[in-house]
Design a protein around this ligand. Sequence first.
Ligand code: DP6
Length: 335
Amino acid sequence: MPSVTKDSAEARVPPAGCRALAHSNIALAKYWGKRDIERNLPDVPSLSLTLAALSTTTLVRFDPDARADEVTLNGAPAEEGAAAKIRTLLDRVRREAGLAWHAQVITGNDFPTASGLASSASGFAALALAALGAAGLSWPSPAVSALARASSVSAARSIFGGFVALEAGAAQAEPVAIDTTALRMVIAVTQTAPKKVGSTQGMLRTQDTSPYYEAWRSAAPRIYSELRGALARGDLERVGEAMEQSTLCMHATMLAAAPAISYFSPQTIAAMDCVRDLRAAGTFAYFTMDAGPHVKVLTLADRAERVRRELETVPGVHRVLVSAAGAGARIVEEP
Ligand code: DP6
């Protein structure tokens, strides 16, 4: 990193700050477990699809007159846990830029926060890009991805659009150049309350206590390779099968943690059964779920309406969203 004097750093700071938008992503091959807790490096490889329909927009402004960092999340001051993680990222950027000023951060999601719809992925991707821009730094995407990953591993993937891979132990994600136009992700939102066990806490407990963690650790790379190979061949059925196996292996290892971690609600099971029924009736549809009760369904563009209609009939499903693949994180102009 070139060294910068404080004066030149401050001269580079745009007074209006920098606003960035990042989309959320859903992992087809899941990440669960840390190889290096301090550096926040993943223990298993993952592969995701960035989603156009879910996004976070974040404004960061470094202000010479501010007395402290100020974080507003969806119109209210952020709670201390989230604010502390945000300050850690800002501190990294300040160090790199040679800047001492505090920042104002205003961030908003267009979907429920901390509900298993991966708000930390889009949140830290948007924050990383906005904070760098606000500090007058312009980094290449892999470096932005590594900065986002240090805060939340899944955020590394939201820097890129379409399919994105993150290898085990890797510092940054990389785009996977495979056409996404035929695909849709249909999201059955089953509950909007914040999740009970956050993903960081959940995976650390799993690593520490689940007798099945080692089995997951050896199965995950195999499932990832299988999925990535099937994607490259255009074998979408195999992609769907590997995707379901990845999520079920991940949830099986956490069900065996002590105390157990379960993100399943009765509606989750009902939605998964609905997907199996659709498939039995000849519709391309495969499910995945993350650290929350929602069910996400991979399907084809011309089947998405049918999948949506069926999921809407599942009791306890509040809302169904259909998303195409989204682009990578980007700087946006003032609205
Ligand atoms: C189930 O990226 O939220 O969504 O690195 O501790 O912030 P931290 O975890 P996070 O975990 C995401 C887990 C997952 C699977 C996935 O997105 O790959």
